[in-house]
Ligand binder design. Structure first.
Ligand SMILES: C[S@@+](CC[C@H](N)C(=O)[O-])C[C@H]1O[C@@H](n2cnc3c(N)ncnc32)[C@H](O)[C@@H]1O
Length: 217
């Protein structure tokens, strides 16, 4: 089936099944194939509007779980007894504002954040959003937790993948079927968060420590 038809098919299916966007099928596939979270888990969804991923996450975590979402845009139509929807900019929001409604660190952090696309520098803006999510991780994600983040593939993608891999036991790129071929979007899916990096021990003093060296003895 042509990609365009496939896209329309997901769009129609989302309408019929009551999802707010066809992106629901991306998360359903990612979680089915890569098992990021399950029943009873605490999940954070960065860039959650209009709310299709929150809908999917709520189905998976069930009544004992909790989903927190944040977006620049309003997504409160998916707010409920175990979903807390915040409106805000991820660059301005401290991690504590996100963990507070969940009552602790998350089992999984998801990000489907995307910049407004202009065709110029979109991949750099996308990587910048990813880096902000990564910067917040030590105060958001429990050790052993999972991470899934959308990125527009560009020249910074390999470095981002390496960076993520260094913080997790595994990190791989994944492109779900519901993601259009022409789109450069990719998801980095990572498991086994290593947690806040232990502070590096003081390096041993060099043999001539304490002596002053002249550049031109
Ligand atoms: C592709 S949409 C997310 C779709 C969502 N996963 C769903 O299934 O309904 C990307 C979202 O990222 C949000 N976003 C972009 N930059 C952001 C920022 N700095 N802080 C918070 N959200 C941001 C946008 O407002 C947009 O709603």
């Amino acid at each position: 089936m042509a990609r365009r038809q496939l896209h329309d098919q997901y769009f129609k299916r989302a309408k019929a099944e009551g999802y707010l966007a066809r992106s629901a099928y991306k998360l359903l596939e990612i979680n089915e194939r890569k098992r990021l979270f399950g029943s009873g888990d605490r999940v954070l969804d960065l860039g959650c509007a209009p709310g299709a991923w929150v809908q999917v996450a709520l189905e998976i975590v069930g009544p004992r779980g909790v989903v927190v979402g944040i977006d620049l845009k309003d997504a409160t139509q998916v707010a409920g007894p175990n979903s807390h929807i915040l409106r805000g900019d991820i660059y301005q929001t401290p991690a504590s504002v996100l963990t507070q409604p969940a009552g602790g660190l998350f089992d999984a952090v998801l990000s489907d954040m995307a910049p407004d696309t202009t065709g110029h520098g979109d991949d750099f803006l996308s990587v910048r959003l990813c880096r902000r999510a990564i910067e917040l991780l030590p105060d958001l994600l429990r050790p052993g937790g999972a991470f899934c983040i959308k990125v527009f593939e560009g020249e910074e993608y390999p470095a981002l993948l390496r960076e993520t891999a260094s913080m997790f036991q595994t990190a791989k790129g994944f492109k779900p079927k519901a993601s259009r071929d022409i789109s450069r979007e990719m998801y980095v899916v990572a498991h086994g968060y290593r947690g806040r990096a232990a502070p590096a021990p003081n390096p041993p003093a060099p043999p001539d420590a304490g002596t002053t060296r002249s550049r031109n003895p």
